[in-house]
Design a protein around this ligand. Structure first.
Ligand code: JHZ
Length: 417
C-alpha cells in the first residue's frame, strides 16, 4: 500500500518575523499526522505522510517546523484529552485557582480559554462563578464541553473571531491557552486577536513546552506536526512587543517534560514586567539559543538515542523477550516512526483513552488496548511512550512491576526501571 507524501507544505519564511533565513537542523523522516489513529477498516487505505523537519530562524531564533500541515487535517476531530490524566486535572485546578486569586476574578469577569478541548480547565473557573467561554475547532470535544455546560465556540481562534466575541459578549479579564500556542501557524493574528479581546488590564496566560527542556532533556519526540513552534522567551519578546504587548512574568512548570507559563499584558496596563523575564533572557543567552551549534549538537544527540533504543529493542527481541508500548501518544508515534519501531517489535500498546482503544497507531499499525490488559498479561518490558506521565503510570502499574515487569524509559536518558 503506497503512502502519499506531501512535501508541498514546506514554509519559505519564518512565521514570527518573516525572514527566509531558516536553518534546518534535524529531520525525523516523514510520517502521518501524529494523532491520526486508525480504525480496523482503515488499515488497508493509503495514509498521508508529511515531512517532519525542524529548523531555526537565524534572525529571530524561533525554532519551528519546516512544513505546516493544514490545521483542519489535524484538529477538526482531535483525540488529545488532557482530562484523562489526574496529573493534568490537578494541574488545571491549581492553575485556575491561582489565576482567580492573583487577578481577583469574580462573576463579573470573563475568562476565555483558547484550545479549550473538553472544557476541563474552564470547569474550575465556572465552579467559582467566573464567566467562561471556550474556543476550540475540535467538534468532537466541543460537544463534550457543551454537555458539561461550558459555552464553547466550535472554531479556530482568529482576530476576526475575537472581534465577534468582543461585540457579542465583551472583553476578557483573562485569556488562557495551554498547549495550543505552539500549534498556531499565524502567531501575529493570534496576538492581534488577543490584543482586541483583552481588557485594558487583562492578562493572557499561555503554557507550552520549553525549548530549553526539549534541548537539554533531548525530548525529540515532542517534535511533531501539531507543534509548529518550539518556544523560548527570546523570540516571544519580539512577537509580543510588535503587537503592543509585554511579558510581565514567566514561570517554569513541570508538565509535558518541562514547560513554561508566560503572562502577557498590554503595554500600558498597570502590570510591570517582573525580573523573571530578564533572568530567562540571561539564562537563554548562557544556553546559546542564538547559536546554530546548539541545534547541531542536539541533532547529533538525538541520532545517538535512536541507535541506543533500536539496539536495545533488537537485543531483547533476539532474546525472545515480549515488549509492548504504554501510552498511545502523539510523541510515541513520532518516536516509533523515527526509530523504525514496527508491530513486529511491539506486540501492542495500552492506553487509558477510550477513543484510542480498539484503534491502531498511524504508520506502523500497532493495536491499542485498554490498560486493564496489563492485569492479565506480564510482558517482559513496557516501552513508556508517554514518559511525561512516568510517575503516574509507574504508580498505577505497581502490580505489573511486582510481577517482574520492567519499564523502558527513554527521556531524559535511556534507562530501565
Ligand atoms: P499525551 C500532548 O501530546 C498533547 P501527546 C499536545 N499535543 C501537546 O501539546 C503536548 O502533550 C505537550 C495515555 N495515558 O497526551 C493517554 C495512559 O494510557 O500526554 C494518552 O493517550 N495512562 C496538545 O499526545 C497518552 O498516554 C495514564 O495513566 O504526545 C499521553 O499522551 C496516562 C496519564 C496517560 O501526549
Amino acid at each position: 500500500m503506497r503512502n502519499k507524501t506531501f512535501s508541498k507544505f514546506r514554509i519559505k519564511k519564518c512565521r514570527l518575523c518573516g525572514s527566509d533565513r531558516l536553518h534546518k537542523f534535524l529531520s525525523l523522516g516523514s510520517m502521518p499526522a501524529p494523532n491520526s489513529f486508525l480504525r480496523q477498516e482503515q488499515l488497508k487505505q493509503e495514509e498521508d505522510y508529511y515531512p517532519l523537519e525542524i529548523c531555526v530562524c537565524e534572525s529571530c531564533w524561533l525554532v519551528q517546523l519546516s512544513h505546516v500541515v493544514p490545521a483542519k487535517i489535524m484538529f477538526k476531530n482531535y483525540l488529545y484529552i488532557p482530562s484523562t490524566s489526574t496529573t493534568m486535572l490537578s494541574h488545571f485546578k491549581t492553575f485556575a485557582q491561582d489565576l482567580i486569586k492573583t487577578y481577583e476574578l469574580s462573576s463579573k469577569d470573563l475568562v476565555i480559554d483558547i484550545g479549550s478541548n473538553d472544557g476541563a480547565l474552564l470547569g474550575y473557573f465556572k465552579e467559582r462563578e467566573v464567566k467562561v467561554l471556550g474556543v476550540d475547532p475540535a467538534t468532537n470535544l466541543v460537544q463534550v464541553a457543551r454537555l458539561k455546560g461550558i459555552d464553547t465556540v466550535d472554531d479556530f481562534f482568529t482576530s476576526s473571531l475575537a472581534r465577534k466575541i468582543k461585540k457579542d459578549i465583551g472583553n476578557a479579564a483573562v485569556i488562557t491557552a495551554t498547549n495550543v500556542v505552539a500549534h498556531i501557524d499565524n502567531l501575529n493574528d493570534l496576538c492581534k486577536g488577543m490584543s482586541l479581546l483583552l481588557d485594558k488590564n487583562g492578562v493572557f496566560i499561555a503554557e507550552f513546552p520549553y525549548l530549553v527542556d526539549l534541548l537539554e532533556k533531548k525530548e525529540f519526540d515532542t517534535v511533531y506536526h501539531e507543534h509548529l513552534s518550539y518556544f523560548a522567551i527570546t523570540p516571544l519578546l519580539k512577537l509580543f512587543s510588535t503587537h503592543g504587548l509585554k511579558i510581565i512574568d514567566v514561570r517554569k512548570i513541570p508538565v509535558h517534560g518541562g514547560s513554561i507559563r508566560v503572562y502577557v499584558a498590554k503595554k500600558h496596563s498597570k502590570y510591570k514586567s517582573s525580573n523573571k523575564v530578564k533572568e530567562f533572557i540571561k539564562e537563554e543567552k548562557l544556553k546559546k539559543l542564538t547559536h546554530k551549534s546548539t541545534y547541531e549538537n542536539f541533532a547529533r544527540e538525538v541520532k545517538t538515542i535512536k541507535k541506543e533504543l533500536v539496539d536495545l529493542i533488537k537485543k531483547f527481541r533476539d532474546e525472545g523477550k515480549k515488549i509492548i508500548g504504554y501510552g498511545a501518544s502523539a510523541k510515541g508515534n513520532v518516536l516509533m516512526s523515527y526509530c523504525g519501531i514496527t508491530k513486529e517489535m511491539l506486540d501492542y500498546i495500552v492506553d487509558s483513552i477510550s477513543y484510542k482503544q480498539g484503534r491502531y497507531t498511524p504508520g506502523n499499525h500497532i493495536p491499542i488496548y485498554p490498560e486493564s490488559r496489563l492485569e492479565k498479561e506480564t510482558p517482559d518490558y513496557v516501552l513508556l511512550l508517554a514518559w511525561n506521565f512516568a510517575d503516574e503510570i509507574l504508580n498505577k502499574q505497581s502490580k505489573y512491576r511486582e510481577r517482574g515487569g520492567q519499564f523502558i524509559i527513554i527521556i531524559p536518558s535511556l534507562h530501565i526501571v
